[in-house]
Design a protein around this ligand. Structure first.
Ligand code: B12
Length: 292
């Protein structure tokens, strides 16, 4: 037994933790377009203080190239967040294991779920979509290609939105998965928005489940842009697979007694401008929604 029992965090006022609960200490890194030197160091400290960090410290800095200096800083964050209210706000999705997903799909869908995915627009980063769709998957978790429940088509990277949507229509897809990595000048926003617009113009929005992902994509952003769900860092294939089979089952079940209310709510959300569907978790294994 430890000498000092662990303190219980106040979930209505959560702060970053480093040495002890509530110390608020964070680490951040950035680059300034100034030459390496003491003035650069002072500039970084001043900037971190303006960001609201108390007692900012430079723990590492180095010249990147002529006129550019990279910093790693520590400091105390003075703010807190109300986690207690957030965690009850529909953020939590329940994920199933691969076996549970197979069983769920057999019971509730009864045919292969057709999924088409790509990294779209000019974005050449394919590792994220490959991690979700390809057999080798991610960190020892099969991609959807390895499931009996799915028929997958990975179109690769730099795929125009129009080509992805056309392929989804040709294959009678149930879901489109989009990956976006480059966020410079909000390229991902424009690109993700264009895909939704094309799907809507084709009259397929209700039929197709739309999910997107990438390091700077959140569930909230995705829903704002008209997607059903968004996934970020730390996503495993079974996360998005859980979402797809549940969502599809609910849509198929829309006329059935159990699914009617859920599906109606989902449709209402999907048809609202800029909104997406909620998911109705009920599986045995729980995990936190990516970036939620
Ligand atoms: C590998 C890499 C490349 C490779 C890509 C090879 C390939 N085949 O993908 C190459 C060398 C080609 C490359 C090129 C470029 N890159 Co690059 N690249 C990276 C790097 C090092 C790793 C990215 C990666 O593979 N991560 C691993 C995967 C598994 O993580 P992930 O994509 O986040 O995916 C996870 C989740 O986000 C989620 N997910 C992702 N997509 C989806 C989709 C769905 C549907 C779901 C459910 C989940 C999901 O699940 C995944 C698993 O958990 C990052 C830096 C870094 N360390 O992150 C830079 C980085 C992404 N690249 C960057 C840049 C700028 C570029 C270039 C523009 C550089 C240039 N000036 O030419 C070009 C891109 C040109 C273009 N037209 O797109 C920047 C992006 C900055 C920004 N935010 O815009 C980064 C962050 C580097 C940096 N710090 O500047 N790059």
């Amino acid at each position: 037994m430890p000498d000092h029992p662990r303190r219980t965090p106040d979930l209505a006022r959560v702060k970053p933790y480093a040495d002890h609960l509530g110390d608020g200490i964070v680490q951040l890194s950035f680059t300034l377009p100034v030459p390496y030197g003491l003035a650069a160091r002072r500039a970084a400290q001043e900037l971190a203080a303006k960001m609201g960090l108390r007692r900012p410290e430079v723990v590492h800095y180095q010249s990147l190239t002529d006129g550019y200096t990279y910093f790693v800083m520590f400091g105390e964050c003075t703010h807190s967040v109300d986690y207690a209210s957030l965690s009850e706000d529909g953020f939590e999705l329940e994920y199933m294991t691969e076996e549970e997903i197979e069983a769920f799909a057999r019971e509730h869908i009864g045919r292969p779920v057709v999924v088409v995915g790509a990294s779209t627009g000019t974005d050449t980063h394919s590792v994220g979509i490959d991690a979700m769709l390809n057999l080798k998957g991610f960190h020892g978790h099969h991609g959807l290609e390895g499931y009996k429940a799915f028929h997958t088509y990975n179109l690769g990277s730099q795929v125009p939105n129009s080509v992805l949507v056309a392929k989804a229509i040709e294959l009678g897809a149930d879901a489109i998965l989009v990956s976006q990595t480059v966020t410079q000048q909000n390229l991902h926003i424009a690109n993700l928005t264009e895909l939704v617009e094309i799907v809507e113009a084709e009259g397929r929005r209700k039929r197709l489940i739309l999910a997107c992902g990438g390091p700077r994509v959140s569930n909230e952003l995705a829903k704002e842009l008209g997607y059903d769900a968004g996934f970020s860092k730390g996503t495993y294939p079974h996360h998005v697979a859980s979402f797809i089979v549940r969502e599809l089952a609910a849509r198929l079940d829309a006329g059935g007694a159990a699914g009617a209310a859920t599906a109606a709510r989902m449709r209402a959300h999907a048809d609202a401008p800029g909104a997406g569907n909620g998911s109705e978790p009920s599986a045995s294994s729980r995990a936190r929604a990516a970036d939620a």
